[in-house]
Write a protein that binds this ligand. Structure first.
Ligand code: GAL
Length: 340
């Protein structure tokens, strides 16, 4: 494993580091300490290293958009309606950052933190204590986020926490993939997703408690199809694409929940997770103001696949329970198997 840690930029006078790992097959991942961001996923090709995820040149570019580009997301992925929830009999109100709702951990989420960082063997390790005083969620949380690169081309994202006081924890990563070497958007890529249903969402994208059928609709990917086929079938809805919470069907542990593939270049990314949902977001209204290093800013420039517990678990435990008690430890893992 070849490892490196170097200065990337500064934020509020603090150094932002870029940390990288390269395995025996010449595949590289790199991360930024700001946002515990997944910065590069480089695979070797005849034309040189190809980055399979989107990125920007400097931190100001990340701060100028609200795309959460490749950011670590927490404490809670997705939207908490009106920033309100209950743990047992206790009501909590957390800070809002999208109208009256709390999106992706609110105004002081994981994406805003410049994390302590180190490279150890084949791991990039980020640590931070996030406190109630800063992010307004109940309790303090010792968080360790680890990116591991293996010699069989797997990237493991591990989320380990210890809570001090009761709280909620449902993290994810907001990597946007695009497996094209040229400037194409993601419409030619194929996706298979183990999901027959998705959550119904209201006009503020808060789960209503109902579910909708994906099978045999533009939303269905149980049989592999192109993202373009789905997007073309959704041009009559305001979103003109997908931004939805897919419920994962029962599957064997060693079965990927999602497989994203390029139609001809043999590059694919399979995602493994034991959690019961994944948000599929096709970057529907992204535009030319976004200075990606390897792509022109455009609609559908990347696809985010965000493994998590269904966000309505915060009010309906039929969908899971991501609350933590005082002193509780929790661990989640998302695994990406890359083929090239
Ligand atoms: C997704 C969310 C979208 C959008 C995006 C960030 O997880 O579902 O609505 O907020 O993050 O640009």
């Amino acid at each position: 494993m070849i490892t490196n840690k170097e200065l990337f930029d500064t934020v509020n006078g603090q150094p932002v580091y870029k940390l990288s790992l390269t395995n025996a097959n010449n595949m590289t991942i790199s991360c930024l300490s700001y946002g515990a961001n997944w910065y590069e996923l480089l695979v070797p090709t005849a034309a040189g290293p190809q980055n399979l995820i989107l990125n920007f040149a400097k931190i100001a570019d990340y701060q100028a958009t609200n795309e959460y580009l490749n950011m670590s997301i927490g404490r809670v992925a997705g939207r908490i309606g009106q920033g309100q929830f209950k743990i047992g009999d206790h009501h909590y109100q957390v800070a809002a950052n999208e109208g009256r709702n709390t999106l992706h951990g609110g105004p002081h989420g994981f994406n805003q933190i410049n994390w302590d960082s180190e490279v150890v063997a084949n791991q990039i390790i980020f640590t931070h204590k996030i406190t109630n005083a800063v992010d307004s969620f109940p309790g303090d949380l010792d968080v360790t986020l680890t990116y591991t690169l293996t010699d069989d081309n797997q990237v493991l994202l591990d989320y380990n926490v210890l809570s001090h006081g009761e709280t909620v924890f449902n993290p994810t990563n907001h990597a946007y993939f695009n497996l094209n070497a040229d400037d194409k958007n993601i419409k030619n890529l194929t996706l298979r997703l183990k999901s027959s249903h998705r959550l119904a969402l209201d006009t503020e994208k808060i789960p209503t408690g109902q579910t909708l059928v994906n099978t045999d609709t533009p939303y269905g990917f149980e049989t592999q199809k192109t993202l373009g086929a789905a997007i073309d079938g959704l041009q009559t809805i305001p979103e003109k694409g997908i931004d939805d919470v897919y419920l994962i069907d029962r599957h064997a542990d060693n079965d990927p929940i999602a497989v994203l593939s390029h139609p001809t270049n043999h590059i694919s990314v399979s995602i493994f997770s034991q959690r019961n949902a994944i948000v599929l977001f096709t970057a529907n209204d992204f535009g030319p103001d976004q200075p990606y290093l390897t792509k022109t800013g455009q609609n559908y420039v990347g696809v985010a696949l965000e493994a998590q517990i269904a966000p309505n678990a915060i009010f309906d435990h039929d969908y899971g329970d991501f609350s933590l008690q005082d002193g509780e430890r929790q661990h989640y893992q998302t695994k990406y198997q890359v083929r090239f």
